[in-house]
Design a binder for this molecule. Structure first.
Ligand SMILES: Cc1cc2nc3c(=O)[nH]c(=O)nc-3n(C[C@H](O)[C@H](O)[C@H](O)COP(=O)(O)OP(=O)(O)OC[C@H]3O[C@@H](n4cnc5c(N)ncnc54)[C@H](O)[C@@H]3O)c2cc1C
Length: 427
């Protein structure tokens, strides 16, 4: 059996943050990182927009402003981001406050999907040069913590301490690991909403602030804004029963005027938190996703704001009409009626948020604006952690979006550092 002092599962920012931090603390240890994908599949690979201001990306359950700031300083010192300039913020903030909303002013940077790939490759090369063994296309399947080894699709690997950081898509896998390890958990929170796509002139704030973070009443917020060479994409999910559904998402390539498609997209999400009787956020999300797939003939749904306001479904014709003057960037999507697929309470709050947004920045409710549904964020596994370093059971640590300790690249990186501080104690 191959044996390492440290095994890290997942080469996303949580895994990388832990690896670099461990190398700083102990030069004499052996580290193996594995990833089931050929290249890390999370946010660094998709758009790579990094936020450096609390609370963006830092769930309140695990972070205070003071603790997040302490780690963010380390993340910044390591990644040396070029913070994007912002302008006219106070004008938007004043308008938002009049409506009982807020606009958070945050430090952010945007590398784009292509720039993110270059960053991942640079960081992984650096880790290998520092002596880390890297095994891509290797999937962890199970863990035996009594005998301190994991089984992958290729071999058994022994460890003294292990970090499992499989990201949002590793949600099911992490639940399986918790069952194997006897770790208690809850997954009672999820974010549900739509992705909005429109012309930049209908949401011109993005020229002043790349990814504006608006907060509306009723736990509704804007999220993940992309512009320039911006695209809406779909992500595939498979339920345990084998049903396939898609969540939409968005990304943009690195800034390049020549490839600008003139579009902007962003999510408006509502956080749903279940109380008694506790429902699984995962199962709730799957029901919503499958329902949308049922209506869309296996595809996500899209509807023009013009049709939505008239209370009628969008049809192929509405996507070719002269009033609706831009092509959706996500072609493989079904023109439909999102209000038939979305729980009415969630839709009501989201529409209320959009109306407020249209008052703050007039234009977003132009009839041509497209609403894509569903956009669902599943990252709310909440294991019972034994300590502040995200240890779940003797020498086993979880971190990152899949484990609920973060909601973004920088939070995931910070979580990895925080886990590494506990992991060194086992070496
Ligand atoms: C499409 C998309 C776009 C996003 N864009 C942004 C953004 O621009 N900015 C931002 O801050 N956040 C973004 N996010 C959120 C972002 O993914 C996370 O916040 C961040 O990447 C989480 O880091 P992580 O290390 O927890 O997980 P990830 O970055 O998701 O990395 C987890 C890795 O673990 C691997 N893995 C999973 N299971 C196994 C297994 N069993 N065995 C081996 N390897 C496994 C996966 O292949 C993956 O590479 C985006 C997420 C998605 C899905």
């Amino acid at each position: 059996m191959d044996r390492y002092d440290v095994v890290i599962v997942g080469t996303g920012p949580a895994g990388m943050g832990a690896a670099f931090s461990l190398l700083e603390k102990r030069k004499d240890i052996s580290i193996l990182m594995i990833d089931k994908a050929p290249v890390s599949t999370g946010g660094m690979r998709n758009d790579c927009k990094m936020n450096f201001t609390f609370p963006i990306g830092f769930p309140f359950e695990y972070w205070t402003e003071e603790s997040a700031d302490r780690y963010l300083e380390q993340v910044k010192a390591f990644l040396k981001p070029d913070i994007l300039p912002k302008s006219n913020i106070s004008t938007y903030q004043t308008r938002a406050e009049k409506l009982g909303c807020s606009l958070l002013e945050i430090q952010q940077t945007h590398l784009g999907t292509d720039g993110g790939l270059r960053l991942i490759q640079k960081l992984l090369t650096e880790l290998q040069e520092k002596g880390v063994d890297l095994s891509l296309r290797e999937e962890m399947l199970s863990i035996n913590n009594d005998q301190k080894f994991i089984t992958t699709d290729q071999r058994e690997i022994g460890y003294k301490t292990i970090l499992i950081a499989p990201g949002r898509h590793g949600f099911h896998f992490l639940q399986e690991m918790m069952q194997m390890l006897g770790v208690k958990y809850m997954d009672n929170i999820l974010d549900v909403g739509i992705r909005v796509e429109t012309r930049i002139e209908h949401y011109p704030i993005v020229r002043d602030y790349y990814d504006p973070k608006f907060y509306f009443p009723e736990k509704v917020r804007t999220f993940c804004t992309n512009s320039g060479n911006a695209h809406v994409v779909k992500e595939k999910y498979v339920t345990e029963r084998g049903d396939i559904w898609y969540s939409v998402n968005g990304h943009a390539y690195a800034a390049d005027e020549k490839r600008n498609n003139g579009l902007v997209n962003f999510a408006i999400l509502k956080t749903v938190r279940f109380t008694e009787p506790l429902a699984s956020g995962q199962e709730f999300a799957e029901h919503l996703g499958v329902m949308a797939a049922l209506m869309g003939g296996g595809k996500p749904l899209m509807q023009r704001v013009g049709d939505f306001r008239m209370g009628k479904r969008s049809k192929v014709a509405t996507f070719n009409d002269d009033l609706y003057d831009f092509e959706p960037s996500l072609k493989d999507c079904c023109p439909s009626d999102i209000s038939l697929a979305m729980p009415s309470k969630i839709l009501r709050y989201i529409w209320s948020g959009m109306k407020k947004l249209d008052t703050i920045i007039p234009g977003i409710l132009h009839p041509s604006t497209i609403m894509y549904y569903p956009e669902i964020k599943l990252y709310a596994n909440k294991p019972e952690y034994k300590d502040e370093h995200f240890q779940v059971t003797d020498s086993v640590y979880f971190a990152g979006d899949g484990a609920g300790t973060s909601r973004g690249i920088t939070g995931a990186w910070a979580s990895g550092i925080r886990a590494s501080e506990g992991m060194v104690e086992h070496l």
